[in-house]
Ligand binder design. Structure first.
Ligand code: COA
Ligand code: AMP
Length: 634
């Protein structure tokens, strides 16, 4: 790709059909598409309409048929179980084809949904690829979510089968998954026909006869299943992500566009070639795990690393360097919070000296804003390019990045560089007018979105339109506020909705407020994301109690913390709440969240002109100081 970023970007915007048709030539199609971009039913655009393909074929069989079968496809590295297991493309296909057979035997057909609720083990990727092989639609649910969240997703996706494991391992804690799954199925209205459970040695799950199938038993007698041809526009997966309410949004990904965009991105964005070792240190439950642990590296013929561990504590802050050196990782992709954790435990990167990192060429960060301190720390110690790039569950791949395979550009700290080819990115004011360079507004992408993004929300076209397209006609809103400078560098500043980012995990404060408001003693509440040195943000709850409540405040606080953990899960990291007499509001009754947040974060704030009662802010500051925020942190 000996062109400039600017040239590539211009080509992709001026002639998207030509641009992406060329990228599609790199993939295998049983039948090429009739139309590269079908815009006959705006705002629902369809990429590669009429094309017939199979994503699993492209990820595995294609490479085997091209002679790469003996090369490594997947390395499972699990410091928490002291295991390293390697699969060639042939070995991985064997497992995937057999598990596809298991799914088929248990009633899963093309188009049926399969929920996958699993820890970071190869069987999670095998289950996903097996679904893709038979044209079933997987919906992976992150293991840190509680039964209630899992039940919500079960009711929306209505799976034929749920695939799970007896337990996950969090550093040293064994987390039994099966009781959480059983409870979720109890709560849910929809009941799956079967569940397929992988028994791990650290925890034996109790099985329900007639419903629960043992993974290993089923695999022992399974008939391998061939790839089932699917339409490019058929769904590959649904991935639920936090919305502004307790009801998550089911982001849909198609087969054709996803495959083309992800394979293209491996070279263009990450500068990775067939045979390279690529490691996304995330979780299969998040979009990063879908795109860059499972699909993109395999589509490109790379070796992917699936790591069941943490950046620190498994066993120490040298874990990432060990994995990089042991498996000759070329490119690592993780969230900044992982590097903040490493930096906190090993500020001088002394543990790095024990490892040979000579194969390591680049670090990519995403999932939350990369603070320049952490980015510079990584640059100084690793001595490779450190690339901040910006994307979302909805987009499936990067909206803005320094595209290392096109033209590496100078870094501007605090910016994920420029819009990636395919993205016609603008900054809009509230009337949908593009603002001047450097002015803040909402970052929005002009339609059509490039391939691999979300065509809609699962069985909810209306919500797709109302959540993403209504606010700025002709554009997709990212719900991120930011600006673009005179050189085209993008700056992502903050969400425009109630989404917060906790350790790179996307959470809705609105969903937490719904839970606090359900407590019988709570009259009113607010949850805000306050700055945290390790996790980026942490949720903090403010409660106003009903008149005459006699229960002890400490008990109420403990109960609401337990409620959030029970209903959303430990991943919410909701551990701090406080009781206040009243919440600061505007005269029209809106809670002044922005101002409270600034006070909590010790940032400069101005008295809002619309405030109902200015004294409340003083009270709020005192409440924040009591729980360790605001000026207490100076
Ligand atoms: N299954 C069950 N529980 C889980 C879980 C999973 N898959 N993932 C997290 N949890 C639990 C944790 O054990 C913790 O529980 P606790 O309250 O009992 O301690 C809680 O959820 C919060 O987890 P987390 O936010 O990850 O905090 P942590 O203190 O365990 O780890 C980091 C902090 C920074 C080390 C960790 O978040 C990390 O490695 N982040 C990397 C970034 C990342 O993977 N981002 C994903 C998007 S790219
Ligand atoms: P998720 O859907 O979990 O990937 O979260 C997406 C959100 O994370 C985005 O809308 C941003 O708010 C934030 N985000 C992701 N990457 C970046 C980045 N590089 N810089 C700033 N914010 C980011």
């Amino acid at each position: 790709m000996a062109t400039t970023h600017q040239e590539e970007h211009t080509k992709s915007i001026e002639n998207p059909e030509i641009y992406w048709a060329k990228a599609a030539d790199d993939c295998f199609w049983y039948k090429p598409c009739d139309k590269v971009l079908d815009d006959s039913n705006k705002p629902f655009y369809k990429w590669f309409k009429g094309g017939i393909t199979n994503t699993c074929y492209n990820a595995l069989d294609f490479h085997i048929n091209s002679g790469l079968g003996e090369k490594l496809a997947l390395i499972y590295d699990s410091p928490v179980t002291d295991t390293i297991k390697k699969y060639t493309f042939i070995e991985l296909r064997e497992e995937v084809a057999k598990f596809a057979g298991v799914l088929a035997e248990n009633g899963v057909n093309k188009g049926d949904r399969v929920v996958v609720y699993m820890p970071m083990i190869p069987e999670a990727a095998i289950a996903m690829l097996a679904c893709a092989r038979i044209g079933a639609v997987h919906s992976v649910v992150f293991g840190g979510f509680a039964s209630k969240e899992l039940a919500t997703r079960i009711d929306d996706a209505k799976p034929e089968v749920i695939v799970s494991a007896s337990c996950g391992i969090e550093t040293q804690k064994v987390i039994p998954y099966k009781p959480l799954l059983d409870e979720a199925i109890n709560i849910a209205n929809h009941k799956p026909g079967k569940t397929i459970i992988l028994q791990r040695p650290m925890e034996k799950a109790t099985m329900k006869p007639g419903r629960d199938v043992d993974w290993k038993d089923a695999m022992a007698t399974a008939e391998p299943h061939e790839c089932v041809p699917v339409e490019a526009t058929d769904p590959l997966y649904i991935l639920y992500t936090s919305g502004t309410t307790g009801q998550p949004k089911g982001v849909v990904r198609d087969n054709g566009g996803h495959m083309v965009a992800l394979k293209w991105s491996m070279k263009a964005v990450y500068d990775v070639d067939e045979g390279d070792v690529f490691w996304a240190a995330s979780d299969v439950g998040w979009v990063v795990g879908h795109s860059y642990i499972v699909y993109a590296p395999l589509l490109k013929g790379c070796t992917t690393v699936l790591f069941e561990g943490k950046p620190v504590g498994t066993p120490d802050a040298g874990a990432f360097w060990r994995v990089i050196s042991e498996h000759k990782v070329k490119t690592l992709f993780t969230a900044p919070t992982a590097f903040r954790a490493i930096k906190r435990d090993d500020p001088n990167a002394e543990l790095m000296e024990n490892y040979d990192l000579s194969n390591f060429k680049a670090l990519f960060l995403a999932g939350e804003r990369s603070d320049p301190d952490t980015l510079k720390w990584a640059e100084n110690n690793l001595k490779v390019p450190v690339i901040d790039h910006w994307w979302q569950t909805e987009t499936g791949w990067a909206i803005a990045s320094n595209c290392m395979g096109i033209e590496p550009m100078p870094v501007k700290y605090g910016s994920p560089t420029k819009a990636v080819p395919g993205w016609d990115l603008k900054v809009l004011d509230k009337d949908c007018n593009p603002v001047k360079d450097g002015d803040i507004g909402t970052l929005a992408a002009k339609l059509p979105l490039p391939p691999g993004t979300l065509p809609t929300l699962w069985q909810n076209d209306e919500r797709f339109i109302s959540a993403y397209l209504d606010e700025f006609p002709g554009y997709f809103t990212t719900s991120d506020a930011g600006y673009i400078d005179e050189d085209g560098y993008v700056y992502v500043m903050a969400r425009t909705d109630d989404i917060i980012n906790v350790a790179g995990h996307r959470l809705s404060t609105g969903a937490m407020e719904e839970i606090l408001a359900d407590h019988p003693d709570v009259a009113e509440c607010a949850v805000l994301g306050v700055a945290d040195q390790l996790k980026g943000q942490l949720p903090v709850g403010f409660l106003v109690l009903k008149a005459g409540v006699e229960k002890g405040h400490d008990d109420i606080l403990k109960e609401v913390v337990a409620d959030v953990r029970k209903r959303i899960g430990p991943v919410a990291a909701f551990k701090t709440a406080t009781i206040v007499d009243r919440l600061p509001k505007t005269r029209s009754g809106k809670i002044l969240r922005g101002t409270i947040q600034k006070i909590a974060d010790n940032e400069q704030w101005n008295m809002p002109a619309t405030i109902d009662d200015p004294d409340i802010l003083g009270e709020m500051e005192q409440a924040l100081i009591k729980i360790g925020y605001a000026s207490a942190r100076k």
